[in-house]
Design a protein around this ligand. Structure first.
Ligand SMILES: Cc1ncc(COP(=O)(O)O)c(C=O)c1O
Length: 432
């Protein structure tokens, strides 16, 4: 998934469709009437809000340090903390998701002098946690709405989550993906029975098409992170961790894209175990949450690094940001080397290959333990996905070796003349 901008507003209580002179704004709301539910009556899509543009490089700090610590201010919302708790506790995710194991990482723990626990969301049926939120939202839709079908735009894990949820619920799903989406990704979505439409060169274009089509065909748009039911579905990851680990937890490290996963985890864990630190992890060149918390308002990145494509998001969601501002303890930033090293650590530990976004939290947890010289504590990292493009593996290996200083990369200019290549090779000498 790349450069996602979330188009939702969450006004209180009623569903409404407003027509303005220039554009149609659809807004959605939570129903308080049905017990234990934050569910949407219908869906809505709004024109993107104009957010302040910032560069990812305007906020950088040392790897492992917890920065962008929010002020903890509580903002007005239509959904109370109790509603989130009950919504998470009664979430329907287990029709499709499994309670993923929480596994001790023995080698890493020994190396760092702490107990590292891996919450294995890469072991879900579609190899990421994303099916939890998608299914929870779709399962709560009224029958008539579900019969109209659903639509989403995604080039990644959300697409597979929606496709599997639709298959399980027996509803029609259209998944809009940019034309640049690798064949392997759209084929796996198609295999799940969804209709794949390849449109546009970027995620934004695919999203614009999906939103238009959702209105035209009266399909429900399933957003990747900015919806209370999606957040509640992701929150079941937090519920499971609390149930699975009896000893005191120092911190839970969570990868952040649009913020749905961390918001859901914080909404549960901070209410039942407020002493547990909830720390977001972002790539240093895709730090929309850190910058938004730093500025005290949502901002839009003017560019975003795409290495960890699952979290390459230019702006975080409205509802995730509201929750994070109040509940999380800050954000750790990591670079590509750290992410690749953690992919290797995970492979050595469990023989599993994580995608870059899936290894992000582990990279953040490792960097944090080193930065604060943390010892004898329980630290949880969400390994959030394993949908790695096979042909990117060689890049990961190369970067890992660079990070461990086993290789050096040099860049130079060679004149475009006969024999210059040969001369260059002679100059560098033979490799040993
Ligand atoms: C593997 C993986 N990890 C983390 C995330 C970030 O989740 P969120 O957008 O809810 O912050 C995503 C999002 O798609 C993902 O695919």
């Amino acid at each position: 998934m790349a450069a996602v901008s979330c188009p939702f507003n969450i006004p209180p209580l009623t569903f409404q469709r407003k027509k303005t002179a220039t554009k149609t704004r659809l807004v959605f709301a939570m129903l308080r009437s049905s017990a234990n539910s934050c569910s949407t009556k219908s869906i809505a899509v709004a024109s993107p809000q104009t957010l302040p543009r910032v560069s990812p490089y305007s906020l950088q700090y040392e790897q492992g340090k917890v920065g962008a610590v929010p002020d903890g201010g509580v903002s007005k919302t239509s959904i109370s903390a109790m509603e989130y708790l009950t919504s998470i506790l009664t979430s329907k995710v287990y029709d499709v998701a499994v309670e993923s194991p929480l596994q001790h990482a023995a080698k890493l723990s020994e190396r760092l002098g702490v107990d590292i626990w891996l919450k294995r969301e890469d072991a879900q049926p579609v190899f990421s946690f994303k099916l939890r939120g998608a299914y929870n939202m779709m399962a709560k839709l009224p029958k008539e709405q579900l019969e109209q079908g659903v639509i989403c735009s995604s080039a990644g894990n959300h697409a597979q989550g929606v496709a599997l949820a639709a298959k399980t619920l027996g509803c029609d799903a259209v998944i809009v993906m940019p034309v640049t989406t690798p064949r392997i990704k759209w084929e796996s979505v198609k295999r799940l029975g969804a209709t794949v439409v390849l449109v546009g060169d970027s995620y934004d274009e695919a999203q614009a098409y999906a939103i238009k089509r959702s209105v035209k065909e009266n399909r429900t748009f399933i957003p990747p992170f900015d919806h209370p039911d999606v957040i509640s579905g992701q929150g079941t990851v937090g519920l499971e961790i609390v149930r699975q680990l009896y000893s005191p937890i120092h911190a839970i490290f969570v990868p952040v894209g649009g913020g749905g996963l961390i918001a859901g985890i914080a909404a549960y864990v901070k209410r039942v175990l407020p002493e547990v630190r909830i720390i977001g992890v972002e790539p240093s060149d895709a730090n929309a949450m850190a910058l938004s918390l730093h500025h005290g308002e949502r901002v839009r990145l003017d560019q975003v690094g795409g290495f960890a494509d699952g979290v390459a998001v230019k702006e975080v969601g409205i509802e995730p940001f509201r929750i994070c501002k109040e509940l999380i303890d800050g954000v750790v930033l990591v670079d590509r080397n750290a992410i690749c090293s953690s992919i290797k650590d995970m492979f050595e530990e469990k023989r599993s290959i994580l995608e870059p976004a899936g290894a992000l939290a582990l990279a953040g947890a490792e960097a944090y333990c080193r930065y604060y010289n943390l010892k004898d504590a329980n630290v949880v990292a969400i390994t959030s996905g394993a949908n790695m493009n096979f042909d990117r593996l060689s890049l990961v290996t190369e970067i890992t070796n660079l990070g461990r200083q086993q290789e050096t990369m040099l860049t130079t200019f060679i004149p475009d003349e006969p024999k210059s290549n040969k001369q260059f090779r002679e100059l560098v000498g033979t490799r040993h």
